[in-house]
Design a protein around this ligand. Structure first.
Ligand code: 5GP
Length: 192
């Protein structure tokens, strides 16, 4: 998506070898107009998938997920992150290791909000090693819900996540695909 790539070029900052900071429009300050455009694009891409619900993880997935759900006219659920966990009967849970924060979070979703048989679209801000998406997939499995696809705002193709999801035959649509960081500059997969 050209609009998003242009914005990343303008406002993204490369940190170290493999992290992109986009706190100017997605991860801290949020550009609602851009988020609405991202949501509309996800809704267009997945419109034939009979989506019942959109699921994401707090907090950075919420903005694109809510606009996607708005356009698909379905509810949006966000998994909550907890450092420690008291397991209860009422929740689905999964462990998610974050390489940016180098810590494991438990993600939890109340059982009332994912029903058996529902077709669920997963949305997240980044696809890196695929841990967040895998955690959400575990929750869908536990709930006997169906994975309808995965929508990612920014994919880093040089990390493991994409290969993992391709192996699992999951439909993944990424709005921007970063192939590399070269001397602190972003190189997109569709650039020469
Ligand atoms: P994964 O679980 O695919 O390894 O990483 C996905 C999660 O890690 C995303 O939800 C996002 O919060 C965070 N993340 C991964 N890579 C980046 C990055 O380059 N920049 C930022 N800001 N967050 C990232």
């Amino acid at each position: 998506m050209q609009l998003l790539e242009d914005r990343i070029k303008k406002d993204g900052r490369v940190l170290g070898e493999d992290v992109l900071k986009v706190d100017n429009f997605l991860n801290h300050q949020v550009d609602p107009k851009l988020m609405a455009q991202l949501g509309a694009e996800f809704a267009r891409l997945f419109k034939d998938e009979k989506i019942d619900k959109v699921l994401t993880v707090e907090s950075s997935g919420i903005a694109p997920a809510v606009f996607t759900a708005l356009d698909l006219e379905v509810p949006m659920v966000f998994a909550r992150k907890k450092k420690s966990l008291t397991l209860t009967e009422e929740n689905y849970t999964a462990d998610v290791y974050s390489f940016t924060k180098q810590e494991t979070n438990h993600i939890i979703v109340d059982k009332r909000f994912i029903q058996p048989g529902e077709r669920v679209l997963l949305i997240d801000d980044f696809l890196a090693n695929g841990q967040a998406v895998q955690g959400m997939m575990e929750i869908l499995d536990a709930a006997d819900a169906e994975l309808a696809g995965v929508g990612i705002v920014i994919e880093k193709t040089f990390q493991k996540g994409r290969a993992l999801l391709d192996e699992a035959n999951v439909r993944v649509e990424s709005l921007a695909r970063i192939a590399a960081f070269e001397d602190g500059e972003v190189k997109f997969a569709d650039e020469n």
